[in-house]
Write a protein that binds this ligand. Structure first.
Ligand SMILES: [Mg+2]
Length: 354
């Protein structure tokens, strides 16, 4: 039998916003967002005080301002966030080399074998939280479990400054009760679709057959089938350097109408932009992928001289690429947008163009 793994997911609390509050003590306890000051900017991070006003990341700054008149708006300082992220990573590396960052503010750690010979993963998680607080004056939340999916889900449960453990004994019951909207990998659109199919929680999900899930959710169907059974064999991969960052969507019904395609490109652009900001990943090439109802697929790319760092830019390039494709009498099954070709340093332009 394979040895049970011990996985910790560490997630910094309101990371960019908390760093800004730390740097500017006069902002502590106040509603603050990191984001562009221009009307078309979006919220990259919101402090917990701002969240009380119903302000969340990816919301247009304009709307955030309407929700809270005293809102403090700070332009992003990615160099600073990256250096703090590096500091936190070095703390992780004291315990294990199996550290896989998901973005600047979260990572998976495999501590099955750990350098400090702790017996329990919960001890390690506590120790890491303590060290992060001591060295950076920031708080983190930790999820501890035996696979990535459960560890990631667990870190969200007692946020901020929280910790939650899901043992193998608890897993089945825990998943059964969990609302699908809380599952990692289930976004708003998928959650709504599941709702329509009568899937509200893990228990409902488990009753669905693999074929049904694949038919309705494409390649994610298999993942959903597995996680409903607490199966997630993905390893923590320490040397994953990101070559690209993309989003894609398989449609419930094939789409044909041009305006509908534009709507979907608009939605995908928003999601991709949000991911770009969260990951601090900036590239110069955008690729549009289209899969048709007959499962043929094609992709078109464009490279520009500056980093693709705002939603309007993503959207306009994607539409230009779309216009290169002959869509006549074609039915689209899937659309995807990916950014790649990163020089890994965010441009100064970002601060202005955000
Ligand atoms: Mg976070």
């Amino acid at each position: 039998m394979e040895k049970i793994r011990k996985i910790i997911h560490v997630d910094m609390d309101a990371f960019f916003a908390s760093v800004e509050q730390r740097e500017n003590p006069e902002f502590i306890g106040k509603p603050l967002i990191v984001g562009g000051n221009r009307d078309r900017g979006v919220v990259a991070a919101a402090s917990y005080e701002a969240r009380k006003f119903g302000i969340f990341s990816a919301m247009p700054v304009k709307i955030a301002k309407e929700k809270c008149s005293d809102l403090i708006i700070v332009p992003p300082n990615f160099d600073l966030y990256k250096s703090v992220s590096e500091q936190i990573r070095n703390i992780f590396l004291e315990f294990t080399d199996l550290v896989e960052p998901l973005s600047l503010d979260e990572a998976y750690l495999d501590v099955t074998v750990n350098k400090k010979h702790f017996k329990y993963a919960t001890q390690i998680a506590k120790e890491i939280k303590k060290l992060i607080k001591a060295e950076t004056n920031l708080t983190a939340s930790a999820g501890v479990s035996f696979n990535k999916f459960l560890a990631k889900t667990a870190s969200d449960i007692n946020k901020p400054d929280g910790m939650f453990v899901i043992t193998p004994e608890m897993a089945e019951q825990f998943i059964e009760k969990l609302l699908v909207s809380k599952f990692f990998g289930v976004g708003n659109v998928t959650a709504q679709k599941m709702q329509q199919l009568g899937i509200k929680n893990g228990k409902d999900l488990k009753t669905k057959e693999l074929g049904f899930l694949v038919k309705n959710f494409g390649k994610n169907g298999q993942y959903f089938y597995n996680i409903a059974r607490a199966n997630d064999n993905r390893k923590v991969e320490p040397n994953k350097t990101r070559k690209s960052l993309g989003v894609e969507r398989t449609f419930e019904k094939d789409i044909t109408n041009y305006s509908e395609i534009l709507t979907q490109i608009n939605l995908l652009s928003s999601v991709l932009h949000k991911r770009i900001i969260k990951n601090g990943y900036f590239g110069k090439t955008l690729t549009l992928k289209i899969k048709f109802s007959d499962f043929t697929q094609l992709s078109k790319s464009k490279t520009i001289s500056e980093n693709i760092d705002n939603k309007i830019l993503i959207q306009s390039i994607a539409v230009k690429l779309l216009d290169l494709v002959n869509l006549e009498s074609k039915r689209i099954r899937l659309l995807g947008i990916t950014v790649s070709n990163s020089n890994s340093k965010p441009s100064l332009q970002l601060l202005l163009n955000f």
